[in-house]
Write a new protein. Structure first.
Length: 229
């Protein structure tokens, strides 16, 4: 949509000139144009612009309202047109963070639980090989810390960090950068063994992928040694 793009560009120009009111008018016009044309993603991007401006000026209530509107649009379309996991994670994660900053801990927790439920239903991918799971767990760790459960928060946060590093290593493996992947997997393995425990399923997953990388590097003896209990 040419007209929508022009409004979004005008909003960016207004922001560069520090004319926040003009930027918000352009975002609102862009949202109206996208709605009239039935373009969900463009409506969402327009509303995100407004939401970020509200958050930037400290109006968390308005930012929360706008992000809830965005989430409603995304969930309504989820079963028909589909919504990218990144988009849902961003929206729900932002809502969770807003609730945390305003001490609405139950609501914050509910948002992160909602993400896990969507994954269980198969609508979004929260497999460990992608970074999304680590982001959700990190959000849950922040909720636990705010609730005063520092031990559980520490454990959850440690697992989230390990999974984030694991996803980075897996990305190197998929990209066929096997030497770099080996280094990263070994670093992850050391971290996970210390922080989540040697018997944790995350450790077994990392060992499995590291041995596969070693096999690909032609180091079958090293791989066999790693497989031994």
């Amino acid at each position: 949509m040419v007209a929508w793009a022009a409004q979004m560009e005008a909003a960016r120009g207004a922001l560069e000139s520090k004319d926040i009111a003009a930027a918000e008018r352009h975002y609102e016009t862009a949202a109206d144009l996208a709605r009239a044309d039935g373009r969900l993603r463009l409506v969402v991007r327009s509303l995100e612009g407004l939401a970020h401006q509200a958050a930037g000026r400290g109006d968390l209530a308005e930012a929360n309202r706008l992000f809830q509107s965005i989430l409603a649009l995304q969930l309504d379309s989820l079963r028909t047109t589909g919504v990218a996991a990144d988009d849902l994670l961003t929206t729900i994660g932002t809502l969770g963070d807003i609730c945390l900053s305003t001490n609405q801990l139950d609501r914050a927790e509910a948002y992160f639980v909602q993400l896990m439920s969507l994954a269980d239903e198969g609508w979004i991918d929260l497999t460990p090989q992608r970074p999304h799971l680590s982001l959700v767990l990190a959000g849950q760790a922040r909720v636990l810390l705010a609730q005063g459960d520092s031990l559980a928060a520490s454990a959850m946060g440690a697992r989230a960090t390990g999974l984030r590093q694991y996803a980075q290593a897996y990305g190197l493996y998929v990209g066929q950068k096997y030497s770099e992947a080996e280094t990263q997997f070994r670093s992850v393995l050391d971290y996970q063994r210390q922080l989540v425990g040697p018997d944790h399923p995350d450790v077994a997953r990392t060992v499995k992928d590291l041995t596969h990388v070693l096999d690909l590097l032609g180091r079958s003896e090293d791989a066999s040694a790693l497989r031994e209990p």
